[in-house]
Design a protein around this ligand. Structure first.
Ligand code: ADP
Ligand code: ADP
Length: 234
């Protein structure tokens, strides 16, 4: 069965008389090891969908089942515990703690688990080594380039070995070279380490690195027609 099964998900915001239909009957299945790029115009509901997948937000109707567990009915506290254990986040703005070193930022999510100090250390070091920052563990975020900060974020996202990695515009603030470094790293995570990645991006080149591109339009997932034709032509 699918790692992630989104069925008939809708999201409607109501404020007095005003109703905003953000997502309508979204159906999406993600298998373990998939790398999916989610594209679509601003306001099409991408962030809302990511938030629902990761349990930061709840759908108005429909269900989200992750690894056999229906997360739709969980209480807020159960959901946040579930998220910390099973979802790794990568943000456009990094969201690193400025007063913590690269090592301490990566170790942080591990403090929620019942692990000894030396076990945390070896997991954090292993994650930093996967992203190629073993020689920057003692640096503070301000001492690192944007690309390096994003690699710290990636280490922080994978250190807990989550079921799903969610990346929201991960290359949105990066220059050409750093973008390529980060995308190469995503390839490694996905192809060599078997990680499941869902990435929102506006960058077609970034999206092409994913095996599967989905477009959101006005809250409806539409297939990539151009891509489909391309595939059937070759
Ligand atoms: P995207 O990430 O694709 O830019 P979003 O998911 O951020 O899209 O937003 C989709 C739509 O939902 C937008 O029209 C936005 O204004 C609306 N929206 C988001 N959050 C709320 C909210 N809390 N209340 C009302 N409308 C919201
Ligand atoms: P960016 O500008 O890089 O998109 P944002 O601050 O807008 O970064 O956050 C992106 C998304 O991540 C938002 O949808 C927000 O709800 C979510 N988010 C922000 N902080 C956290 C957090 N600490 N844990 C989980 N999700 C978060």
């Amino acid at each position: 069965s699918a790692l992630l099964d989104i069925s008939h998900v809708s999201k409607i915001y109501r404020k007095g008389e005003i109703e905003t239909r953000v997502l309508e009957d979204i159906n999406l299945r993600v298998q373990g090891g998939d790398f999916i790029a989610l594209m679509g115009p601003s306001g099409s509901g991408k962030s809302t969908l990511l938030n629902i997948i990761s349990g930061l937000d709840t759908p108005t109707t429909g269900e989200v089942v992750v690894n056999g567990r229906n997360i739709t009915g969980l209480s807020e506290s159960a959901l946040s515990a579930w998220r910390l254990e099973h979802v790794g986040f990568i943000f456009q703005q990094y969201h690193l703690m400025p007063v913590l070193t690269a090592f301490e930022n990566v170790e942080l999510p591990l403090l929620l688990f019942n692990l000894g100090r030396s076990e945390r250390k070896s997991l954090a070091e292993a994650a930093l080594s996967i992203v190629g920052l073993e020689d920057r563990t003692g640096y503070y975020p301000r001492q690192l380039s944007g690309g390096q900060q994003q690699r710290v974020c990636i280490a922080r996202a994978i250190v807990t070995d989550p079921l799903i990695i969610i990346a929201d515009e991960p290359t949105g603030n990066l220059d050409y070279d750093s973008t390529n470094e980060v995308l190469a790293l995503f390839d490694t995570l996905n192809q060599d380490l078997g990680k499941t990645i869902i990435m929102v991006t506006h960058d077609p080149h970034a999206a092409e690195r994913a095996g599967d591109i989905r477009y959101l339009q006005k809250g409806l997932i539409v297939e990539n027609e151009r891509d489909k034709r391309f595939r059937s032509d070759d």
